[in-house]
Design a protein. Sequence first.
Length: 247
Amino acid sequence: MEKNGDIIELQPDIFRIKGHGTSSHSYIIKGDYANLLIDSGVDINFPVLQKSLLKIGLKIKDIDIVVNTHEHFDHIGANRYFQDHALIAAHRFAATKITLDDRYVTLYKSADLNEIPLKVHLWLESKSRFDLGNYSLNIIHTPGHTSGSICIYEPVRKILFTGDTVFAGGTLSYIAESGSVGDYINSILSLGTRQILEIYPGHGEISRNPEEDMEKAVKNAKAFLKNEDDVEVEITRFKEDGMLPNP
Ligand SMILES: [Zn+2]
């Protein structure tokens, strides 16, 4: 694993660019056929993203595909810098909110006065797949945190990109507008049927104990439904770098 400031090479040609402030992390997969970015982070973090991409030899125009793990502003905010040359992809339930500018759900607001509408070119479903040559990425619809949340599974390395669905330590993500705790439990249980060696979440640390962390997330969610006081139900609020509550 190579570290270069905010950039970690997690697997050959798979990088994490750390999110600052409220921003989600971004993950880059340098593919044989196409370069794919998972989550663009917040708008204001774009210069950091741009600089980090340059450090791994990529210009903004070199990104061919942007996949959003869900419709929250801290994952889609910098899409506008990519959408005129790259294919923007999101689950169809996220795509509806992003393209119809449903700010009640996306919480999106760029600082730009002449804000441009966000586009989604490819509406994903479970079993959609991106074949990048060296990696193939399978989309799994995992509603819960929001209705349009997806996880992205790479079956050879057995790694899972989870957005805000699973965090290291099994901390329960905030169940947002359009989300559901019942869906959340069901989604994590269905993820658990796959062999997963590492989880790369949208915020915080990498999970190297996926099974344990997913079990804990289900336990937390069930306790949350029952309003149990004796079980530690921690709703994710990332305060790293003085972050605001995580939407
Ligand atoms: Zn979110």
